[in-house]
Design a protein. Structure first.
Length: 509
């Protein structure tokens, strides 16, 4: 591009806009003056994003070529930011099929450029010997580069930013274990990169010359072992020096379960991260700087990236988290009260209470539930349920919240996902723990005929097979304590918020 066209706004398609990187890339593209279209399987999940009104959202799936065709229409730059990492044993085939469909439709639509974010692979390890995660990311990059559409394939190792899976793993391992027995991969050399630099390179890649079709290694200025990273984190976070003892016999499988027990990152996500850390991943070139220029202090040093991430957390300004994307494999059936509900068994637990508080005070308690605030009943029962979920490979109870006070559709909330929110009236959560059937928890704030506040709570479970029925009846004796106590304590917390002379009692998570 030359002249006035060199700085003309581009039409950008972003896949994975509900994920960690995609959710941060969209506002960066808008700030750069581009027009953005988001492809989403469930567009409603993007409804509450602060940038939702500034983008076009279309329904589609990267594995469905028919839905990709209209999404690609008129697009200058298509960002491919999706992968099937935790969808099960067949994720490599799913990634292959999705990348092929995306490449074919981009070429057919005349898209000017594809931009892909993949993983940095070691130089001296044959691709067939890489971890399934890295092998699949490399294959996807190759499919896109061979598409006939000029492609920028960025390859990053560990991404450091508030809410990233790699950062959360590093953070919780270091903060919770002053003395730790660790896998041998703590001695592997890694070149981490700040998420701000990743976003800068992604945005800048949109305007690369048309004859550029290649991979670029991207990383920060520091090459560190994972042990170094933990010690540097301890220093930046003002913690005592950590004693780290590597143990060679800890396999990636065992170490992923170890990470899953210590950190909020479940074993299903920790395993590919741990497998990738077995290899030395250091940039072999920094050619990206010839197209996307680095400013003073860029790319950010590792310690600077840590400080920026910690500052975001302390200021409660984490815009996306590793858990922003839905957990693969979670049932996607409609809510049993939806018009297209097909029937079948449905168990309900309904609780109602009059509340001597304003609807606004009651709603603040409802919207603030989970995370540090807990679930307002029988903390041990919730904790045990979370640990059991982790043991069977689920997400557990420790994902917490993105924001301590505000929720939006699509947010993860411990082992739930916000499916619907009507401010001041309704919060509907969908279970993402391992269950023999889909489950929901609804919380309503209502006003009765005399103007008083009423809290209504409904737990729903649709059993799958005999195991589903057996599960419900095995836990139903505890509902009076768990769900009954929850309704009672939520009402009490709202009443205490309304009465200035009474302090709000702390409820342990």
């Amino acid at each position: 591009m030359t002249g006035d066209h060199a700085n003309a706004p581009l039409n950008c398609l972003v896949t994975g806009a509900s994920g960690y990187i995609g959710g941060r890339l969209v506002p960066e593209l808008l700030a750069a003056g581009h027009r953005v279209r988001c492809l989403a399987r469930t567009p409603e999940k993007l409804r509450d994003q602060p940038w939702a009104g500034d983008v076009e959202t279309v329904r589609g799936d990267v594995t469905d070529a028919a839905s990709l065709a209209p999404a690609m229409d008129g697009i200058d730059v298509a960002y491919y930011l999706v992968h099937a990492l935790t969808t099960g044993a067949g994720f490599e085939e799913t990634d292959r099929r999705a990348a092929t469909a995306f490449a074919e439709q981009a070429r057919a639509a005349g898209v000017g450029r594809i931009v892909y974010l993949g993983g940095l692979a070691p130089e001296d390890v044959p691709e067939r010997e890489l971890s399934p995660h890295l092998r699949s990311r490399a294959e996807v990059g190759r499919i896109l580069l061979d598409s006939g559409v000029p492609t920028t394939a960025l390859r990053a190792a560990v991404i450091i930013g508030s809410g990233s899976a790699s950062f959360e793993m590093l953070r919780y391992l270091t903060e919770r274990l002053p003395v730790m027995v660790t896998p041998s991969w703590v001695s592997t050399r890694i070149q981490p990169i700040a998420v701000r630099d990743v976003l800068r390179y992604l945005v800048g890649s949109a305007r690369m010359p048309g004859d550029v079709n290649r991979t670029f290694d991207i990383g920060g200025p520091d090459v560190l072992t994972y042990r170094d990273m933990m010690q540097r984190y301890a220093e930046v976070a003002e913690l005592r020096h950590r004693l780290i003892l590597p143990v060679p016999m800890l396999s990636p499988g065992l170490s992923s379960h170890w990470v899953g027990l210590i950190t909020p990152v479940p074993a299903s996500i920790a395993r590919p991260l741990a497998e990738s850390l077995r290899y030395e991943v250091v940039c072999r070139e920094h050619d990206i700087a010839g197209y996307v220029h680095d400013g003073a202090g860029q790319p950010f040093a590792f310690d600077t990236a840590l400080r920026l991430a910690l500052q975001r957390i302390r200021e409660a300004r984490v815009t996306t988290r590793w858990s922003s994307a839905s957990v693969p494999g979670v049932p996607s059936d409609p809510l049993p009260t939806d018009p297209d509900w097909a029937g079948g068994s449905l168990y309900e637990d309904v609780r109602e209470r009059e509340v001597n508080a304003s609807p606004e005070a009651l709603w603040r308690v409802v919207e603030g539930i989970g995370g540090e605030h807990g679930w307002y009943s029988f903390p041990l029962a919730w904790a045990v349920r979370g640990w059991l979920d982790r043991l069977v490979g689920g997400v557990g109870l420790r994902r917490g919240r993105r924001d301590t006070d505000r929720l939006r559709v699509g947010d993860s909330l411990d082992f739930w996902r916000v499916e619907e929110i009507e401010p001041g009236r309704l919060l509907r959560l969908r279970a993402e723990m391992r269950l023999p059937g889909p489950a929901w928890l609804e919380m309503y704030v209502e006003r009765d005929g005399e103007g008083r506040s009423r809290y209504r709570q409904r737990a729903l479970f649709h059993p799958r097979g005999l195991l589903g029925h057996a599960y419900w009846w095995s836990v139903s004796p505890f509902h009076a304590v768990v769900f009954g106590g929850m309704a009672r304590n939520i009402a009490r917390a709202a009443e205490n918020r309304t009465s200035p002379e009474r302090a709000v009692p702390a409820v342990s998570p």
